[in-house]
Design a protein around this ligand. Structure first.
Ligand SMILES: CC(C)(COP(=O)([O-])OP(=O)([O-])OC[C@H]1O[C@@H](n2cnc3c(N)ncnc32)[C@H](O)[C@@H]1OP(=O)([O-])[O-])[C@@H](O)C(=O)NCCC(=O)NCCSC(=O)C[C@@](C)(O)CC(=O)[O-]
Ligand SMILES: NC(=O)C1=CN([C@@H]2O[C@H](COP(=O)(O)OP(=O)(O)OC[C@H]3O[C@@H](n4cnc5c(N)ncnc54)[C@H](O)[C@@H]3O)[C@@H](O)[C@H]2O)C=CC1
Length: 424
């Protein structure tokens, strides 16, 4: 069977049957994703080597988003999240995007930057020039810290020097711009920064202070683009309202914060599923969402194309890796990468960006039409039924009633559960 992300009725299967169906559709050995099952996933022994004072493991649901076509390839996307309707929303938008070929993505080279702050430079402008004169020496010193990275074709691509004025003085800040290939790269560039800091400070004529990467990873950008069909959406008026909803997010930081949270619903779920650093990706995204005028704005743009369809685009930093951090040691993260079938960090980063755009579009489409609650709360109702004590066997009946009653909240669920148990 050719690889496909269109799986009918996946939601109606048991978890085990769903995992088997996903493996078959993705063309992978079911054993290669067995680690999605906690019984075969991260063990306490593993966990005890990952962080400090380990006392247990927090399980997070891992769902599979369907319908995705990215650069003409079918891909099933593992998403780790505690939030209902996120996986459904991404799958829904991906289904609509298929009408016009799915998502097209691209990315820059995987360049991460480390900063070296130099304080106390009497002549900062000249200090900057002196550092740039020593470019080759500093690059060689930094690359010597990671021969393995250089072997893989990575290493320092350039050095930039900025002068940053603060309330307490002007700092000379050197940036090591490092191609980190398939790593996320934080540890790699931090090691380089610590190695060159002393020499750089001597050259600049000051004292080294901070030596750390920046998570504003704006030299490691990914882009996604998709066309959402006007007829499928319900016509020109719906398109207009979707455009208006996105335009508000572009203009208003209050709306942009939630619009971008919608994007990160998708992004962070795949970042987490693949054992990558969600905090780094989120910090990078929000630091990138600053307009030329300095205002916090939306990360994505929605326009109407010449055929009246919605064209959505998203660009953001995407510092994720296939090696490094937890990715290599977490069995479920390895399974996630197997299911995705990615060969490079750039491929992973671009799929994540496409999922962020899908999530964003699904949310804005729901908000601009019926509102978020019908779809979201219908799926959240299962959590509410469980919260009030319904057993797995009782959940479907409680969910059906509270949705039918249009009262999807805990106190009504309690009454419904009591009625069901009393045979009413
Ligand atoms: C929730 C839907 C998808 C329902 O939408 P619907 O039209 O009722 O769904 P449907 O039953 O017609 O199914 C359409 C497709 O959605 C998927 N789908 C649908 N249901 C399921 C399910 N149970 N399990 C798995 N997949 C599901 C599935 O792909 C399905 O097609 P298929 O593949 O079956 O041919 C829609 O209302 C939606 O997309 N809503 C957006 C929900 C959302 O954004 N949730 C995120 C949480 S809210 C939030 O925090 C973000 C926000 C809103 O604040 C961001 C912002 O403000 O911008
Ligand atoms: N975002 C942040 O502010 C910070 C994040 N971190 C953590 O750093 C970790 C990621 O840092 P990394 O340097 O990626 O981790 P790492 O040090 O585990 O792996 C990177 C190393 O892997 C080697 N390598 C092997 N194969 C490679 C390939 N194909 N491409 C590139 N390198 C290859 C290289 O020597 C490279 O230096 C994450 O766990 C992250 O949470 C650490 C400090 C700060």
């Amino acid at each position: 069977m050719p690889r496909t992300s269109r799986i009918q009725g996946l939601r109606d299967l048991t978890v085990e049957a769903r995992r088997k169906s996903v493996a078959e559709a993705a063309g992978v050995d079911p054993e290669s994703i067995a680690a999605f099952d906690p019984a075969h996933g991260l063990g306490l022994g593993h966990a005890d080597h990952m962080i400090e004072n380990v006392a247990g493991i927090l399980g997070v649901p891992l769902g599979i988003a369907t319908n995705f076509v990215v650069n003409r390839a079918e891909v099933l996307v593992p998403m780790a999240t505690e939030e209902a309707s996120v996986v459904a929303a991404a799958s829904n938008a991906a289904k609509i995007a298929r009408v016009h070929g799915g998502f097209t993505t691209s990315s820059t080279a995987p360049v991460m930057q480390a900063q070296v702050q130099i304080v106390g430079v009497a002549d900062p402008e000249a200090g900057r020039v002196r550092l740039l004169e020593a470019r080759e020496e500093l690059i060689a010193l930094a690359n010597a810290q990671d021969e393995r990275l250089v072997e893989f074709g990575g290493g320092v691509r350039d050095i930039a020097v900025r002068l940053v004025s603060s309330r307490v003085g002007t700092y000379v800040v050197a940036h090591l711009q490092v191609d980190v290939r398939d790593a996320m790269g934080a540890n790699a560039v931090n090691t380089m920064a610590e190695a060159v800091a002393g020499r750089a400070a001597d050259i600049a004529g000051g004292r080294p202070l901070l030596r750390i990467l920046t998570n504003k990873a704006d030299l490691r950008l990914c882009r996604a683009r998709a066309v959402f069909d006007a007829a499928t959406l319900g016509g020109a008026e719906v398109v207009d309202d979707i455009i208006h909803a996105a335009a508000l997010a572009e203009a208003d930081p209050y709306r942009a914060a939630t619009h971008n949270k919608g994007i990160m619903n998708g992004v962070s779920a795949v970042v987490l599923a693949t054992g990558n650093d969600t905090r780094a990706v989120e910090a990078g995204a929000h630091s990138h969402a600053i307009s030329e005028s300095g205002r916090y704005t939306s990360l994505s743009r929605f326009e109407r194309d010449s055929d009246g369809n919605v064209v959505a685009t998203l660009e953001l930093p995407m510092p994720v890796g296939l090696v490094g951090g937890a990715t290599k040691v977490h069995p479920a993260a390895q399974a996630a990468l197997t299911l995705l079938g990615v060969r490079t960090a750039a491929e992973l980063a671009e799929i994540i960006t496409a999922v962020g755009l899908a999530q964003n579009f699904a949310a804005v489409r729901a908000l601009a039409t019926e509102g978020i609650q019908r779809g979201h709360m219908a799926l959240h109702a299962r959590n509410i039924a469980t919260t009030v004590g319904a057993t797995a066997e009782e959940v479907p009946a409680v969910v059906a009633r509270i949705i039918a009653d249009k009262k999807v909240h805990a106190d009504h669920a309690e009454r419904v559960l009591a009625d069901l148990r009393a045979g009413r």
